[in-house]
Design a protein around this ligand. Structure first.
Ligand code: DGT
Ligand code: CA
Ligand code: CA
Ligand code: ZN
Length: 565
């Protein structure tokens, strides 16, 4: 599946256009198309073969032609044209927080900086501060951001890695020699970023499975191959490890390769204390095999409750499992509605009715349409008048569907903590989400959020920290103050399930749950396909030990509405 590859192509084009100073609407169009392809539920090559690229919301004629050319020839002439004269390392430069196309251009023109290595050198030599519009502070920030980017290093976002893994697992299941199959590693623990994809299968014919795997479509190279395992590289650059196991050892191997390493180390200590030995091959007492076929049996023989993969981080779960006191986590099918999504009214790709239809197909009872309002202007935010017009469309869409469509808005929290739209307008909405879109580095952001929570119309704080996993750190928030205020004002904190966000993070979810806060899990979808990212929001809640009853959108509509402010 080339969806990720094509999305990357479109993002690259947008970045290059920006460095070249092209018109902003063209750049926005490429980014929107990239987003659409990234979250598309069908194989982009199938769509192309059916001549249906232009039917994908967000893809227009010009971009459809570029995608066609790329898929047909494996390259794009336009890209080479754009690339001419640009610094070769512009992509890695743009991945540094605080470095946009303007700075890339400036550094290249003034200092001939072509990549991150040269940028780091120039910053350390104090050459950046000599550029008139910059200064010592910017130079220091850039060095700090380069360090942060190094730490992130080539990891893939969970939401997209899962889509790739879904494809691989579907392909593997077509092979009759594959019996049991599961993801393992960080992907099974649903960590927010993934180093490589780990997959385990059982089979009586490892050779045949490995041969099939290394020749699967989408595989661009074989990194390593042995009698029971193989590692391949996909065209998108992602590495996939496959291990073929015997049925007897499937459970213990699944535990071993799911990790985390810290969790496994603690389990092995427990085994030793019980005079047993735990390895990927099973739990043994001397030479006697005690358990190994299923994870449940191994945990049981260790005297522990079964621990869900999302909790296996050695953050206290083992102690609770010993006492039989693990929390019961929210399940992947517990969500009844999605409370944040955007439509064509602001910066989304679909109409209200289309979002409702897609949500209905997901089995939801209700959704809330939350287009931007009161800023930011770049997202085509609504004012009171346009919200009134939108209400009419929502009313008529409600008559055509049997799920309930609520009208909400995602309102901007200004620098002074005030909401960018009047309370008389907010009062008319079913649900109001407030969020930060500017000055994310400001030290004042805890105060801004607290002030927004004091507004009696603000029900939910959306993506509280504002972090972007592949690009910027979030605001430094005082979570203790925020969770306390949230409880006091009955404001809900959101887990935003956009792959780039996952905000609240798992760690912040745990803090919020311990403080007794209510959460919502929303996709913040900007197209129908992005509604599918709900599962990574749920995963983040599970990694933060959230039970079902602490998530507002697990409740039926009436109950959910009564629980709002
Ligand atoms: P990643 O791929 O960086 O996102 O993280 P993981 O957790 O998927 O790590 P990976 O792919 O290197 O290995 C998968 C699992 O295998 C890991 O979670 C635990 C287990 N594992 C791998 N190497 C070791 C090791 O040296 N010691 C122990 N105890 N476990 C290991
Ligand atoms: Ca891995
Ligand atoms: Ca691995
Ligand atoms: Zn938006």
């Amino acid at each position: 599946m080339k969806n990720q590859e094509v999305a990357k192509l479109l993002y690259d084009i947008a970045d290059m256009m920006e460095i070249r100073g092209e018109m902003i609407f063209k750049i926005v169009a490429y980014r929107r198309a990239a987003q659409a392809v990234e979250s598309l539920s069908r194989d982009i090559e199938d769509v192309w073969r059916q001549h249906a690229l232009e039917d994908v919301p967000g893809i227009g004629k010009g971009i459809a032609e570029k995608i066609s050319e790329y898929l047909e020839k494996g390259k794009l002439g336009y890209l080479d044209e754009l690339r001419k004269g640009l610094p070769p390392g512009f992509e890695e430069l743009l991945a540094i927080e605080g470095i946009g196309p303007k700075k890339v251009k400036m550094f290249h023109e003034r200092l001939r900086i072509r990549n991150v290595k040269e940028l780091e050198k120039a910053a350390k030599q104090g050459k950046l501060r000599k550029i008139p519009t910059l200064g010592e502070k910017t130079e220091q920030n850039i060095l700090h951001a380069i360090e942060a980017a190094k730490k992130r290093g080539g990891r893939m976002l969970l939401g997209y890695a899962l889509l790739v893994a879904d494809e691989i697992i579907a392909e593997l299941k077509k092979n009759a020699d594959v019996d049991r199959i599961s993801t393992a590693g960080s992907l099974r623990r649903m960590k927010e970023t993934i180093g490589d994809i780990d997959i385990l299968v059982t089979s009586a014919r490892p050779n045949s499975v490995l041969k099939y795997f290394t020749r699967m479509k989408g595989v661009s190279g074989v990194i390593a191959q042995g009698p029971t395992k193989a590692s391949v590289r996909l065209a998108s650059g992602m590495q996939v490890d496959l291990r073929v196991l015997k049925d007897m050892e499937y459970g213990s191997a699944l535990m071993y390769f799911t990790g985390s390493k810290e969790h496994n180390v603690a389990l092995r200590k427990i085994a030793i204390a019980k005079r047993m030995k735990l390895s990927e091959y099973g739990l043994f007492q001397g030479n006697k095999f005690v358990a190994g076929r299923a994870e449940q049996e191994v945990y049981k023989k260790l005297g522990l409750e079964y621990i869900e993969p999302e909790m296996r981080e050695n953050r206290g779960e083992i102690e609770l499992a010993k006492k039989g006191k693990l929390p019961k986590l929210i399940g992947y099918r517990d969500i009844r509605g999605d409370l944040q999504m955007h439509t064509k009214w602001s910066d989304g790709a679909n109409m209200v009715g289309e979002m409702a239809k897609a949500a209905k197909e997901m089995g939801y009872e209700y959704i809330c349409i939350t287009d931007h309002a009161g800023g930011p202007a770049i997202a085509n935010a609504l004012n009171g008048k346009r919200l009134e017009k939108q209400r009419k469309e929502i009313n008529s869409a409600n008559k055509k569907t049997d799920i309930t469509i609520l009208q909400g808005a995602e309102v901007d929290i200004r620098k002074d903590g005030k909401i960018g739209i009047q309370n008389t307008v907010l009062k008319e909405l079913d649900i109001v989400l407030a969020s930060l879109h500017s000055a994310l580095r400001s030290k004042n952001n805890t105060v801004r959020i607290i002030s927004a929570m004091e507004n009696p119309n603000v029900d939910i704080i959306a993506h509280p920290s504002g972090r972007l996993l592949d690009k910027r750190e979030g605001s430094e928030l005082d979570m203790e103050k925020i969770t306390q205020k949230a409880k006091e004002t009955n404001t809900i904190l959101e887990i935003d399930a956009q792959p780039e966000r996952l905000d609240l993070s798992d760690v912040n979810v745990k803090a919020a749950i311990e403080a007794g806060c209510m959460l919502s899990i929303d996709t913040d979808a900007h197209s129908t396909d992005q509604l599918r990212h709900m599962r990574i929001g749920i995963a983040t809640a599970r990694r933060g030990w959230a039970p079902k009853n602490s998530v507002i959108n697990t409740y039926p509509l009436d109950k959910m509405r009564k629980m709002l402010k």
